[in-house]
Design a protein around this ligand. Structure first.
Ligand SMILES: Cc1cc2nc3c(=O)[nH]c(=O)nc-3n(C[C@H](O)[C@H](O)[C@H](O)COP(=O)(O)O)c2cc1C
Length: 292
């Protein structure tokens, strides 16, 4: 395996920007509504964004200096003038309007108007929220930390949620429904990702459970020519290697078929692989312990 190694000090800012943003992805999108001291409303997207704490409820995002002339973004200037922001969440229904709003319009131009989005008055802060957004969070700004002063330098905005609005249609039994939300994320370059049912998967991990870990996997299973790291991780997620009083898996027709002929260890591992995929973890363990 050949590796390209990059020392940030030896590459230009745009090149490093490309590597960092393509590597750290997908990123959620903060659609930030702010207001200047003279009352001019601004709306811009930022994918240097995340939730950092739920108690207190803290969101962070970073309007960076321009890579061309190091100028600061209007959003940055606004949060320094009026320390409030509404962070709207972007789903697929508004992704193109969000992108349009990222145009470098002159200061004072209201991107709600440019992007055709609805300005809904906030309750606790001055900037309005995006009526079309599935979720909007009214925030006060705790701190703005400059991370540099050259081209591309970020400014870490630490924002505290003071009120959250959720469109009821995205709730199922009172909880936010990931499938209904249809969220989007920013990748490197022009790429975005969309959280459709096809692209979603879950990893069963009961909080109470402590998996045995890779180091406790029997050597011949760990060194299987068939099983992948993901599949071994599912095996290593059991609290203990299951005891084999239950041999019902031996009645499985696929196993019966294999054991009739001259099956190799790999053949058995491939069947175990299928069972791991079907979350039949105990059955896969039974098969592997018998045929490794
Ligand atoms: C999806 C998306 C994500 C973006 N993320 C960032 C970001 O995290 N930081 C940044 O400085 N600019 C980001 N931009 C570019 C800004 O949105 C753009 O510079 C915008 O014009 C800033 O507006 P303002 O000067 O009105 O604040 C992003 C653009 C898009 C479309």
């Amino acid at each position: 395996m050949s590796i390209k190694t990059i020392d940030p000090a030896t590459v230009s800012q745009p090149v490093l920007h490309h590597y960092l943003l393509s590597a750290v992805a997908p990123r959620p999108i903060c659609f930030a509504s702010t207001i200047s001291a003279t009352g001019e409303v601004n709306l811009s997207p930022f994918s240097f964004f995340n939730v950092f704490s739920s108690n207190p409820p803290i969101l962070v995002f970073s309007p960076a200096r321009s890579g061309r002339d190091s100028s600061t973004k209007h959003t940055h200037d606004n949060v320094l003038e009026v320390g409030e922001v509404v962070i709207n969440i972007v789903n697929h229904d508004i992704v193109e309007q969000m992108s349009l709003s990222s145009t470098a319009y002159n200061k004072g131009v209201n991107e709600f108007v440019k992007a055709g989005l609805t300005q809904v008055p906030s309750e606790k802060v001055q900037p309005p929220r995006v009526g079309e957004a599935p979720i909007a969070m009214e925030c006060t700004v705790d701190q703005v930390i400059p991370l540099g002063d050259g081209p591309g330098a970020g400014n870490l905005v630490i924002a505290r949620v003071v009120l959250m609005h959720i469109q009821e249609q995205y709730l199922t039994d009172g909880r936010l429904d990931t499938v209904k939300l249809d969220l989007v994320g920013r990748m490197g370059g022009m790429w975005y990702t969309r959280c459709t049912p096809d692209s979603l998967f879950s990893i069963p991990k009961p909080l109470a459970k402590k998996g045995i870990g890779f180091d406790q996997l029997p050597k011949l299973i760990k060194e299987s020519a068939v099983l992948t790291g993901n599949e071994l991780a599912r095996l290593a997620n059991v609290e203990q290697i299951p005891a084999y009083t239950n041999l019902l898996w031996q009645d499985d027709p696929a196993y019966q078929e294999l054991s009739k002929g001259e099956a190799s260890v790999e053949d058995y591992h491939r069947l175990a692989q299928r069972w791991i995929g079907e979350l039949r973890i105990d059955d896969a363990w039974g098969l592997l312990m018998h045929h490794t």
